[in-house]
Design a protein around this ligand. Structure first.
Ligand code: G3P
Length: 220
């Protein structure tokens, strides 16, 4: 499973890219606004840090505007993927962007039938938001299972399943077990994934024992 970072904070992106585990980055208008930086500049900087798909979301809601904005954003770098909302005009924009050879990430997906439409429209990736479904008392992971199974039934559908709105490490574990193509992970969950108290305890014991070793130096 590919791991994308779900953030527009370049310091975080540098930090986790140094671990050698980051395959791409996703942003959205909320994350860009939170960064307090100019949209195009952040996307360009992220592209210089991570050599993989970098999602930049359009803010138009009409097909023509989305295609225009998407074409402009795709010009920033060859790795930019245009994030388009899963609405009727977004599907038409996905189709038009695909015809221009521009990759898309169809976002705000909350049902398997929405995902099927995104795939039919030619989406490169589709982003089901599992945490927001869990918040409603639904099972976000059941949606991932439905979409993964549906796409497997029709090998001509090449759209990748990008698990988004991840809230905990178990979401990542289950996404991988289900065979999702990508998980986009917020920085704080990356820290939870790498950390384990038994690792810390074991390392502390190894280092303490190392201090008591015989050094071979003369004792008197
Ligand atoms: O980038 C989209 C996404 O992952 C949103 O997550 O936590 O705002 O539901 P969240």
């Amino acid at each position: 499973m590919k791991i994308f970072l779900d953030t527009a904070e370049v310091a975080d992106i540098r930090k986790y890219a140094a671990w050698g585990v980051i395959d791409g980055v996703t942003t959205n208008p909320s994350l860009i606004a939170k960064s307090g930086r100019v949209f195009e500049e952040v996307i360009e900087e992220i592209c210089s840090i991570v050599d993989g798909p970098i999602s930049a979301e359009v803010t138009s809601v009409e097909t023509e505007g989305m295609v225009e904005e998407g074409t402009r954003l795709a010009g920033i770098h060859e790795n930019v993927v245009i994030k388009v909302p899963l609405i009727p005009t977004g599907l038409a924009a996905t189709k038009a962007l695909a015809a221009k050879g521009i990759k898309t990430n169809v976002t705000l997906c909350f049902s398997a039938t929405q995902a099927l439409l995104a795939a039919k429209a030619g989406a490169t990736m589709v982003s089901p938001f599992i945490g927001r479904l869990d918040d409603l008392g639904e099972r976000g992971m059941a949606l991932i299972e439905d979409i993964v199974r549906t796409f497997r039934n029709y090998p001509t559908l090449k759209t990748e399943v990008l698990v988004a709105s991840i809230r905990n490490t178990d979401h990542v574990r289950q996404a991988a077990l289900l065979g999702a193509d990508i998980s986009t992970i917020p920085p704080k969950i990356m820290d939870k994934m790498v950390g384990h108290h038994m690792t810390d305890k074991g390392l502390a014991a190894f280092l303490a024992d190392w201090e008591t070793r015989a050094t071979g130096a003369p004792t008197s």
